[in-house]
Design a binder for this molecule. Structure first.
Ligand code: RB5
Length: 157
């Protein structure tokens, strides 16, 4: 079955999103484009959350997120336990985020890296498997944060 990859960006990542989307289509993936659809200013959390929703419900197996820096949109997506989003600037990080962290979303900052670097990182990300082994327990802990919830009165103490 063809793998479905979701892709999303804000306005500052829109051009890179379009470039990477074309590569994914050319490579034969089913691409689920969650927007944005142009250069009009939008808020990156909306697109990070849209990505989290499709990863969570299984509509996409992996995702690609772009904003100006890759930072805000990865922060948004990573607020959900099902998402392991890695903000990547080089091919080695793209490889390790799969091998060690089982990242399911790769993030880019269009204002920070060139499109050829991003294209290369995406290919590496998609072609690299999770190593498993000693990394399994660590990755599972990412989905089960162990800090107690802060009670409402905690700040006043
Ligand atoms: C938009 O100006 C910019 O702040 C956003 O794309 C991103 O870089 C935030 O992390």
């Amino acid at each position: 079955m063809t793998k479905t990859i979701a892709i999303a960006s804000d306005h500052a990542g829109y051009n890179l999103k379009e470039t990477l989307k074309a590569d994914l289509v050319d490579a034969g993936y089913d691409v689920l484009d969650l927007g944005t659809d142009g250069l009009d200013s939008v808020d990156y959390p909306d697109f990070g959350y849209a990505m989290a929703a499709v990863i969570r419900d299984g509509r996409a197996e992996s995702g690609v997120l772009c904003c100006g820096t890759g930072i805000g949109i990865s922060m948004a997506a990573n607020r959900y336990a099902e998402v392991r989003a890695a903000n990547v600037h080089d091919a080695l990080s793209a490889r390790y985020c799969r091998e060690h962290n089982d990242a399911n979303v790769i993030c880019f900052g269009e204002r920070l890296i060139g499109s050829e670097v991003a294209r290369d990182c995406l290919r590496v990300f998609l072609d690299t498997r999770f190593e498993g082994g000693r990394h399994i327990q660590r990755v599972e802990k990412l989905s089960t944060p162990q800090l107690p919830m802060k009670s409402k009165g905690a700040a006043a103490q």
